[in-house]
Design a protein around this ligand. Structure first.
Ligand SMILES: *[C@@H]1O[C@H](CO)[C@@H](O)[C@H](O)[C@H]1NC(C)=O
Ligand SMILES: *[C@@H]1O[C@H](CO)[C@@H](O)[C@H](O)[C@H]1NC(C)=O
Ligand SMILES: [Zn+2]
Length: 519
């Protein structure tokens, strides 16, 4: 057993030896604990030149130039995101050091790519460093600030997390524990950690299997986590939704024996007179498609059809931890969408909270049905603006792949703010058109009701879904709709610092958005 007395270099540790006696030791004699360190190096045009980060430079002095000498010996050029591991530099604390290439120094925002390349390189490089150390069985990893400790924290905390809690403990991968090296950037590291932890929570909620993340379990889980932060969480039941005349939402839950829930969350970080921002998240805890049954192929992925709900609660959690000066009301309709004898059938007509009638021509277009009522309810809070987020359409994945979240916005100003947030976080957004033509596709030529939930004509699947929602969003306040179906799951090679599984995107962009708005 090892007990730590104080943190930092020169820490004394207490070891309990086999004969049950105790011994004080310093880290330097504890290399069998195998702590590792990630340091950064920049690329220059001169192939013999090695440019260390300030922290790596200091470290080089600490080990009497051994770091530079070793880099020199191994061929000085370390390309972007490449890693080299050096053992036995004798800093008294770490068994080995992973030196990672950060790319060019003094990078900034790449306008064409709409990304802050400096930050994104740090996230990816740190992830490469942690992965290299992990591969040689180093499970305690210190990471230097790399010139932006927030990005360094994000890269390391996101990249060292995977969803594995239901595996036999003895078969679970031991995930590295990452910490900031040194005393610089402590606050920024903490900020990055809050954001990355929030995203990891969204990943966990989304990846949890549907039988263990029902509307009831989701409500209870979120309530216990957020209540502990002083956030008010109200779990409304089916009777409440009936009273509210949420016929559109309830029509989706008819096929399941799991009772629907409707979460109402209040985070109050600003004065009570300050109008809230309304966040609406799609919470379909499993989507089989209903009577319009999906094909079996990757139906299991539909456990993550509550990704929008996960993003909302994770963002609110971070807002509270960051004590953001803003009021937020989070609204989350939760249900399963299953086929059964009591399920809604294609052609059924349902009535939403605002009295509009909808023909449900395709029961697999259920996200818009539950969001319709949630958007109506959002208007009751007279929000500054409403933002809904949903794994809504496969069409958005066809349009944008997993590179960006599709955003439909009635406000160019809010859109620009959100876009700026995505540039900073690297989890980018792309604007899609919110034009009357798309509303018309959902309302015209519908004979027996006000809207159809699926237009007869093909094409523009994401845009017509947004057009549908627009019929329910309050015209009195700006509205943004985020379609995250494309960024929901494993990415191909867009984000190197996320391992497999549900991605929890774009939680950090939403947090950044709130930071900018509340600054
Ligand atoms: C590394 O190599 C370069 C070029 O060969 C040399 O100028 C420099 O002094 C070397 N640095 C160290 C620390 O060995
Ligand atoms: C978990 O794995 C260990 C080691 O292989 C095994 O002894 C144990 O029975 C497993 N537990 C279960 C519940 O299967
Ligand atoms: Zn569906």
């Amino acid at each position: 057993m090892v007990l730590f007395l104080v943190g930092g270099i020169g820490t004394k540790v207490v070891l309990r030896l086999a004969n049950n006696s105790y011994q004080f030791r310093t880290y330097s004699s504890c290399l069998k604990m195998k702590k590792g360190l990630v340091l950064g190096v920049y690329e220059t045009d001169n192939k013999d030149e090695v440019v260390l980060t300030p922290s790596a430079s200091k470290y080089n002095e600490l080990v009497n130039g051994k770091l530079l000498a070793n880099i020199n010996l191994s061929g000085p050029k370390i390309k972007k995101l490449k890693t080299r591991i050096f053992w036995g530099l004798d800093d008294g604390e770490h068994a080995c050091v992973a030196v990672v290439g950060l790319g060019k120094r003094n990078l900034g925002i790449n306008l064409l790519e709409e990304i802050d390349e400096k930050r994104e390189n740090i996230r990816s490089a740190v992830a490469a460093g942690c992965s290299a150390l992990d591969a040689v069985d180093i499970k305690e990893i210190d990471v230097e600030p790399m010139g932006d400790a927030e990005a360094a924290a994000e890269g390391s905390i996101l990249s060292t997390w995977i969803f594995q809690e239901f595996k036999n403990k003895s078969k679970q991968k031991i995930l590295p524990n990452v910490n900031l090296y040194g005393t610089e950037g402590v606050k920024d590291w903490q900020l990055g950690k809050i954001k990355a932890d929030a995203q990891n929570w969204a990943r966990r909620l989304a990846d949890s299997p549907a039988n263990l993340m029902t509307p009831t379990i989701f409500s209870q889980t979120v309530s216990s986590v957020l209540s502990a932060l002083g956030i008010q969480v109200i779990i409304h039941d089916k009777a409440w939704a009936e009273e509210k005349k949420m016929g559109s939402f309830l029509s989706v839950s008819r096929g399941s024996i799991e009772p629907p829930k409707f979460l109402e969350i209040h985070y109050k970080g600003a004065s009570p007179s300050d109008m809230p921002i309304a966040f609406v998240g799609k919470g379909v805890t499993f989507d089989a498609g209903g009577i319009s049954l999906k094909s079996a192929g990757s139906m299991d992925e539909m456990r993550a059809d509550m990704g929008g709900a996960a993003c909302v609660v994770a963002t609110i959690k971070a807002a509270a931890e960051l004590k953001l000066n803003v009021n937020i009301v989070g609204l989350i309709p939760l249900t399963e969408n299953l086929p059964s004898g009591s399920a809604t059938k294609p052609g059924d007509i349902v009535t939403a909270m605002n009295g509009k009638t909808i023909i449900v021509d395709n029961t697999d277009a259920e996200g818009r049905l539950i969001l319709a009522d949630a958007l109506c309810y959002a208007a009751e809070f007279k929000p500054k603006f409403t933002l809904d987020i949903a794994t809504l359409t496969g069409a958005i994945a066809i349009a944008l792949g997993c590179a960006a979240t599709g955003v439909f916005s009635s406000s160019s100003e809010l859109w620009e703010t959100l876009r700026g947030a995505g540039t900073i976080t690297g989890d980018r957004v792309w604007r899609m058109p919110l034009w009357q033509a798309y509303n018309n596709r959902m309302t015209k030529h519908v004979k027996s009701a006000d809207l159809n939930n699926m237009p007869k004509a093909k094409g523009a699947g994401s845009c017509v879904a947004a057009g549908f929602l627009r019929e329910f969003a309050s015209p009195d306040a700006p509205w943004l709709h985020l379609d995250i179906a494309g960024v929901m799951g494993p990415n191909i090679d867009d984000v190197s610092y996320l391992q497999s599984g549900m991605a929890g995107r774009p939680v950090r962009t939403l947090i950044q958005f709130l930071q900018i708005l509340s600054a």
